[in-house]
Design a protein around this ligand. Structure first.
Ligand SMILES: *Cc1c(COP(=O)(O)O)cnc(C)c1O
Length: 374
């Protein structure tokens, strides 16, 4: 049998495995931060209807510029961020992962460097690798915050072309204060003209306002957002960025023509028309998040502050064993490789009950068992 490494594959891809959360059969899945609520029936019907309309025109290529969808997204961000955003400042693609990949293609690449504050979303480093961009990891402090002094030093030494800031951060949970983003932006520009990308995939779940207004007067700042998390439409694959229109022009140099299908564009618009219903789930998830944090703390866990739709908790002497133990109780959560910590998405009330039961049982086994409780 031919294996990948038998092919003349690029050196940096040898021995690698594809990105993705481990898939396991389990009654409860809280591992990939999906919105747990299925789309409401009126929206499902509206989508089915729209697909019928679009289907007759599938002999034609879609709108290459996705103008209508971008205008819809601009309207949504204007309301969500309380700041006027124009369709020319918005670019959409198949998930914010594709948006980020396009940003790397336009501003990264061979002989260029990108910097991130880790632990964070591992796709950033992965996209760096697949675009031939060198990756620089700047470690976060003990409480998973960004240490500005250390950051300034690394920015001065490494002079990256791209800086990625995830806010709220995944997997650790907390949002980054706007002042910190501004200071990082300025420090990065001191070293060289540098694109600063704020990945705001969980922005809607935070008490802090969106960082979108910061793009005003900062042509090197980009905020990426997605319909996968708060909108509960991960299967739709629509992500977008907000930035100076020049950034949108730059990204268009690397996008594939007709990258967003007519069906995706149409369904994205229908979802936006129902944004009030969809975003109502956000409030419910935030309430559940507070409950999960409170109960985990009461059980005796140490829970990291979360502005997102998941919680990171610990400590665990053996993270993998703890992950397996929770799974043995029927709940699949995520080991993101952060020492001593695991991450669980906030689910429906019933899913969260199951998770909390599992977490309680694992805690008991650990304190009662032979293992050294930490
Ligand atoms: C989920 C996630 C994304 C992107 O998801 P898409 O489905 O590609 O929009 C981006 N950044 C972070 C931090 C995420 O957790």
């Amino acid at each position: 049998m031919t294996r990948i490494d038998d092919l003349p594959v690029r050196d940096e891809l040898r021995g690698q495995s594809p990105y993705g959360a481990p898939e396991r059969d389990a009654p409860v899945h809280l591992n990939v931060n999906e919105n747990p609520f299925p789309l409401p029936e009126p929206l499902v019907s509206a989508m089915a209807e729209r697909v019928r309309e679009v289907a007759a025109g599938l002999n034609r290529y879609p709108d290459r510029n996705a103008w209508e969808l971008r205008a819809g997204l601009a309207g949504h961000v204007t309301r969500a961020a309380g700041h006027p955003v124009d369709a020319r400042q918005v670019w959409a693609a198949n998930g914010s992962n594709e948006v980020i990949q396009q940003l790397f293609q336009a501003f990264g690449g061979p002989d260029r460097r990108a910097l991130g504050f880790e632990p964070s979303y591992t796709m950033h480093a992965l996209i760096a690798r697949t675009t031939g961009t060198a990756w620089i990891s700047c470690p976060r402090d003990e409480g998973f915050g960004i240490d500005l002094r250390a950051a300034r030093e690394v920015l001065g030494e490494e002079r990256p072309h791209l800086v990625l800031i995830t806010s709220p951060n995944n997997p650790t949970g907390a949002a980054v204060p706007a002042e910190t983003v501004v200071e990082l932006y300025e420090a990065a520009q001191e070293a060289r003209p540098c694109m600063v990308v704020v990945d705001e995939a969980y922005g809607e779940f935070s008490d802090r306002p969106s960082l979108v207004p910061l793009v005003e007067g900062r042509p090197h700042l980009v905020v990426t957002r997605t319909m996968s998390k708060a909108f509960g439409a991960a299967g739709l694959r629509v992500g977008y960025l907000v930035a100076d229109p020049a950034v949108v022009d730059a990204v268009q140099l690397v996008r594939l023509p007709y990258h967003l299908s007519s069906v995706t564009q149409a369904l994205g618009l229908v979802a936006l028309e129902h944004s009030d219903t969809l975003l109502a789930y956000v409030e419910q998830l935030r309430t559940e998040r507070r409950r999960v944090v409170g109960e985990l703390t009461a059980i005796g866990y140490d829970v990291d502050a979360s502005d997102a739709s998941f919680v990171q908790f610990g400590p665990f002497a053996d993270t993998h064993r703890a992950w397996q133990a929770v799974l043995d109780h029927g709940v699949l959560i995520r080991d993101n490789g952060v020492p001593g910590r695991l991450r669980a998405s906030v689910g429906t009330p019933a899913e969260n009950d199951a998770f909390l039961r599992a977490a309680r049982a694992v805690r008991k086994e650990r304190t009662a068992g032979a293992g050294t409780p930490r």
